[in-house]
Write a new protein. Structure first.
Length: 165
């Protein structure tokens, strides 16, 4: 989601007025990081019943807002495996994309200890080198920031949109 949105903000900014990235999956081909396990992990998730997936979500993500799990499980079951075909190509250079953002971009990050993808160092590097980028950190949040602190995310997004639009 966020990585794709970043590509649009860099390569087709005429299509949008602003972009919001929530801990985007910025994985660098040169970093040694990998997303090769994502398809198998998703197949395993889709093999669970709705009730099992809701229970797993609650067990794995105790900090999420309680009203999140039913819709989250439905979305996991409805996601098509073909989306993972995009992983067969090298990941885009997120630094190059960020340098070319043609619209205001908000990137919301959380705590590394809670499993975010974008480290504090990467966020600071991108913020320093990207004039159109605003980075906001939400302390205590993991990768799915909107599920853990929905009110805070709404506040951040509203503030950004009032500035950006």
């Amino acid at each position: 989601g966020g990585a794709v949105c970043a590509i649009v903000a860099a390569k087709a900014p005429q299509l949008i007025r602003a972009a919001i990235l929530e801990d985007p999956a910025f994985i660098s081909a040169s970093s040694g990081e990998s997303n090769s396990d994502w398809p198998d992990n998703h197949r395993a998730v889709q093999a669970l019943s709705h009730a099992e997936l809701v229970a797993k979500g609650k067990a794995d993500n105790p900090h999420w807002s309680p009203d999140t799990f039913d819709n989250w499980a439905t979305a996991k079951h409805e996601a098509r495996m073909e989306i993972f075909n995009a992983l067969k190509t090298p990941p885009p250079d997120y630094r190059k994309n960020a340098a070319n953002f043609g619209v205001p971009v908000l990137m919301i990050t959380g705590d590394e200890a809670r499993g975010v993808v974008v480290s504090a160092a990467t966020a600071a590097e991108l913020q320093a080198s990207t004039p159109n980028l605003r980075v906001v950190n939400v302390p205590g949040a993991g990768h799915c920031i909107r599920y853990e602190q929905p009110e805070r995310v709404v506040e951040i997004v509203r503030g950004f949109l009032s500035f950006a639009l």
